[in-house]
Design a protein around this ligand. Structure first.
Ligand SMILES: Cc1cc2nc3c(=O)[nH]c(=O)nc-3n(C[C@H](O)[C@H](O)[C@H](O)COP(=O)(O)O)c2cc1C
Length: 349
């Protein structure tokens, strides 16, 4: 049988997965290394008494971490989405899809996303579209996956380096309109370049209440998109953006009013506990879970992520933190670089 030729968009989805895995480094250093907890020898707590659940938009999530937006939009990524949905279901994790705009333009690709709901009928699913889409696209994306919430990604750095990327970034009004009219909660997220206090304030001004700061330190879409360019012109931008730790610093002043989520560069359960300590309500993971899935398959990945949940509980017990609220006052110290960032930005913890 002759297969119909893949569209540029579908091909791009396959390339993103291929390149994310190609550049993935298990032991990559990042700013989470600049934060240390102070060990407490007498926590006066049992591991079984630690509650790692969290709240998102009125729903309880049993796990404080989730599978963040990765993929869909081609036959190869349909398989990955089916497997990720299985992982989410077995490990009890919320899961976001990759950007669905491609399937709204080309309905033959709908099943590459709706497969997630098929494999995880009762799970918490987050739909995903890019900023610049209007309310009707948002509604279609949510309907396509029968989603419980919607992620809208803001990704100027990726678009700039992407050869076929958008060149106009008038996004804020449409984001506000979607938040005001969609009947599921909306999260505005970055894609690995982090957020500033200025960005968070702008989002808050149009009614956004859930923000994933998705910072630098893991998957790098400047590197990925640059690799897709013939001229490789943007190599020098590969260190662009704020790390996830820096972005969580930037979010401190907003944490009482907004739900701040964190992603970007999560490598292990300790990174998750550190992001929660800095005020994230929950933590998203993409590159590391994609890597586990490709290397070990869905069953082992789910087992590993269940083990991560137990390990988070153990780390919190060592810190004497009975729940996520208590964790937020666990003593910690910061590296000189992170202190310098706080000083330069006139931020305090
Ligand atoms: C292969 C791949 C594809 C991605 N596609 C999307 C996407 O379609 N929409 C989105 O919001 N984020 C997308 N992301 C970004 C992630 O959701 C996340 O913000 C970023 O990768 C940083 O997290 P990480 O370091 O854990 O990978 C993608 C990430 C990967 C690895």
């Amino acid at each position: 049988m002759v297969r119909p030729k893949q569209s540029i968009q579908s091909h791009r989805k396959d390339e993103h997965v291929f390149l994310a895995e190609k550049f993935h480094q298990d032991d990559r250093q990042n700013d989470f290394d600049g934060l240390r907890f102070i060990h407490q020898s007498l926590p006066e707590l049992a591991i079984a008494d630690v509650d790692i659940s969290t709240q998102f938009a009125g729903t309880t999530w049993q796990s404080p971490f989730y599978i963040n937006g990765i993929t869909g939009g081609s036959q190869q990524t349909k398989k990955l989405n089916a497997q990720l949905a299985q992982v989410a279901q077995i490990a009890g994790l919320p899961m976001a899809t990759g950007s669905q705009s491609v399937a709204i333009k080309d309905p033959t690709l709908v099943d590459t996303f709706s497969v997630i709901r098929e494999f995880n009928p009762a799970g918490f699913i987050l739909a995903n579209i890019g900023a610049g889409n209007d309310l009707s696209v948002a509604q279609k994306a949510v309907a396509m996956t029968q989603a419980n919430a919607l992620e809208i990604h803001v990704n100027t750095a990726q678009e700039v380096v992407m050869p076929e990327g958008d060149r106009e970034f008038y996004w804020l009004d449409q984001i506000g309109e979607i938040v005001a009219n969609l009947d599921v909660p909306v999260i505005v997220k970055e894609v690995g370049f982090g957020m500033s206090a200025e960005t968070i304030a702008k989002l808050q001004s149009v009614g956004v209440t859930n923000i994933d700061v998705s910072g630098k330190g893991g998957t790098n879409f400047v590197t990925i998109e640059n690799e897709r360019r013939r001229d490789k012109a943007y190599d020098y931008l590969s260190d662009w953006g704020q790390s996830t730790v820096e972005s969580l610093f930037e979010s401190q002043a907003f944490q009482n009013e907004l739900t701040i989520l964190a992603s970007g560069g999560i490598r292990n359960p300790l990174d998750i506990v550190k992001a929660l300590r800095l005020g994230a309500s929950a933590v998203g993971i993409s590159g590391q879970i994609l890597h586990m899935l490709i290397k070990t398959g869905p069953t082992e990945t789910a087992e590993q992520l269940l083990a991560w949940q137990a390990q988070i509980q153990s780390i919190m017990a060592m810190l004497g933190a009975r729940n996520l609220t208590a964790l937020q006052s666990a003593p910690m110290i910061l590296s000189p670089n992170l202190r310098h960032y706080l000083n330069e930005r006139h931020l305090s913890l």
